[in-house]
Design a protein around this ligand. Sequence first.
Ligand code: HEM
Length: 498
Amino acid sequence: MLNLTLDWQTIVVSICCGLIAYYVIKRLKFRLPPGPWCIPIVGNYPVYTSPDPYRKIFQMVDTYGPVISVSYGPMNWVFLNNIDVVTEAFVKKQEDFAGRPQMTTGKMFTDGGKDIAFANYSPMWKIHRKIASKALRHYLQGSLLQDMIQENMSKFMDEMAKETEPFIPRDYINLIVFHQLYTLCFGEKRPVNDPEVKDFLKTYEEFVVHFGAGALEDIVPFLIYIYQTAKYKQLVKQKEKLFSFIKQKYNNHKESFDPSINRDLMDCLLIAKHEAESESADENQAEFDDVYLIQTIGDIFFGGTDTSKTIMDWFVCFMSGLPHIQAKCQEEIDNNIGSRQLTTKDRHRLVYIDACLCETMRLGPAVSLGVPHCTLCDTQVDGYDIPKGTVVLANLYALHRDPKHWKNPETFDPTRFLNKDGTLNTKPESYLPFSTGRRVCLGEPVAKPELLLMCASFLQRFKMSLPPGVEPNFEGIPLSFGVEVPHSYKIVIKERNV
Ligand code: HEM
């Protein structure tokens, strides 16, 4: 009789041999994109543990070409590094590349993929993306967005005006954007120094840093059933805290809901859900389970806060470090607006400032790697095989610095976005701050007018400068997955009294 008693060394050696055999077969079966050599299973450790993988991968383009394979532990991730390959994958073959990888931390945060941003491509994702887009359109129709931005901005700019010494603008920017998204989503206006908001913001900031770096459970998913790391447990705790707050707001809205009254984005979502429910057959009602809407509001709130505040931070950093460009923006305001309140309809009068915002979104690495995609079938890009289930990322950092498309790519130059007749060039090649294709950013129609109004309001009221003797520094500090904030800087402000 065979002795079936196995010791742990035999199990480990068998698993390793199995994985190596799988790795070799996959390499022989498919013509995979090139990439740096690595130890199987361990993967390209220096890349996936680096705080700025987008930079490391961009540096590899000359060696490997625009499509690069990098092993993240036992998983193979593919990075697309120029506009041609991103367009081929995300636009021409969008059905093939529209999935999302189901990572352990992502599934935990989204109650098993019941949101939009991390949900896999499915009929459910389509329904909820449609509901959310409809809600955002509702919201953009009236003057809700503009009124809310103006009120919020003047409240915080009054606080900033009290600063007589050099101060860190990031603290204000974080609060401005957070309160903005808070009012956009939940209707409520909170006091400037509200401790509950500050506490929520603190938990959220800690969560973003930890979540962006991922947990060991993302690379070794079965760990979650055997031994959960301290980091994973901490992420679960932070998620519970963040969502208990959103759930409470959702329940309050549901109790007082009246389909003929539209107070905020949450009401717009409830109205869109109400309409979709009445159009849908009875058996499909599970689609409108509350968890989906709570997750959608979470996507909008969290997706919008982080990106917008990073872009605002970079904008203020560039403006205070480049006084001649700031002066041109202010000249545009003085000539076309004066001291009256700005509105979202002023966009065509603020072309130069809009160009500065576009240039900020090109250079400031706010979402350098977008959100990871996943292939839904065996497919190809640039002649290479991309097997089903591969994680694929657009390296927007590389697109925005591609020397074939951008002259002196590291220089801040808003005129790149201006046509000869002075109008805005909205679609230069190799420029995709909101990505493209089936999973393009849902918030783009809100983010653009919101950011422009916020940036223009700052410039209308204040002249921003670096403290005397301080040289401009546009270096970024990697914060979390694909997000870089400017180095810590201080500014001084002076009321312009236009
Ligand atoms: C400057 C501001 C913003 C930038 C640069 C930005 C950028 C992006 C990018 C690059 C993606 C990934 C697209 C892909 O997977 O290919 C994305 C996805 C997404 N964004 Fe934004 N975003 C911004 C603001 C917002 C705002 C304000 C909201 C909410 C109102 C929002 C909601 C979302 C959602 C829900 C997704 C996931 C879409 C899906 O998976 O179908 N974003 N964004």
